[in-house]
Design a protein around this ligand. Structure first.
Ligand code: DC
Length: 225
């Protein structure tokens, strides 16, 4: 299938790499983390108990969400309202990690994620894209980086946005969330058996993109911009 899956932890550079690839290839993009984040955001808004699995799964089935390309990126619309910025807070990230560990929530979002596949192809960004959602993808990448490097990237991002943050605090949050994502029983973060692993700790985004493009050229008969 014309699908490239890029899985890995937050801060590995996945999101940026996926956007660049989708642009270069003219393929559709699935940001699966955004789906989980929207669900957590709505649950917080509606004061739904994060332990109420059935209620969360019903919410997941009924989410009215759309991803619309705006020329420079993608707007995330919840019932027509652009909520992109609201999904990136620590509170939402924390709640997302919890709702994403519930099996019936993941089941409820499965078909919605599969429906993103359309020709000419799909770039799928997440944690279980290569293992569960698109096991038949032609190219699977697992992008990682050391926790320290990922904390530093997040620290720089937040500082640039004017937030007064501590790198030690960010590192500890990243390690906690990693631990939960990698060790959960449901769809744990791990490379698919046939994934190519790339460690981006000392690579630039362009270097990562170029490694993935080399893989794409090997596997698909494509001209890449
Ligand atoms: O990629 P992200 O940082 O936006 O992901 C947010 C959270 O959602 C993170 O805790 C991992 C979880 N997630 C997941 O469990 N499965 C996915 N396919 C994508 C994200």
């Amino acid at each position: 299938m014309n699908i490239i899956t890029i899985d890995g932890p937050s801060g590995s550079g996945k999101g940026t790499v996926c956007h660049i690839l989708a642009d270069k290839l003219g393929w559709n993009l699935l940001d699966s983390g955004a789906l989980y984040r929207i669900l957590a955001y709505v649950a917080l808004q509606k004061n739904i108990d994060l332990d109420n699995e059935q209620k969360l799964a019903t919410l997941a089935i009924n989410l009215e969400v759309a991803f619309i390309s705006n020329g420079t990126g993608v707007d995330t619309l919840l019932e027509g309202e652009n909520v992109g910025d609201k999904l990136r807070t620590e509170i939402v990230a924390e709640a997302t990690s919890k709702v994403a560990s519930i099996q019936i929530v993941r089941d409820a979002l499965l078909e919605r994620q599969k429906a993103f596949y359309q020709l000419p192809g799909l770039i799928a960004d997440g944690r279980d894209m290569g293992t569960i959602v698109f096991p038949d993808a032609t190219v699977k990448v697992f992008l990682d980086a050391s926790a320290e490097e990922r904390a530093e990237r997040r620290f720089n991002q937040l500082q640039n946005k004017g937030f007064d943050v501590s790198i030690a605090q960010i590192l500890s949050e990243i390690k906690d969330r990693d631990d939960r994502d990698r060790n959960r029983t449901v769809a744990p973060l791990r490379p698919a058996e046939d994934a190519i692993e790339i460690d981006s700790t000392s690579l630039t985004i362009d270097e990562v993109v170029s490694q993935v493009i080399d893989l794409v050229k090997l596997k698909f008969d494509l001209v890449v911009k």
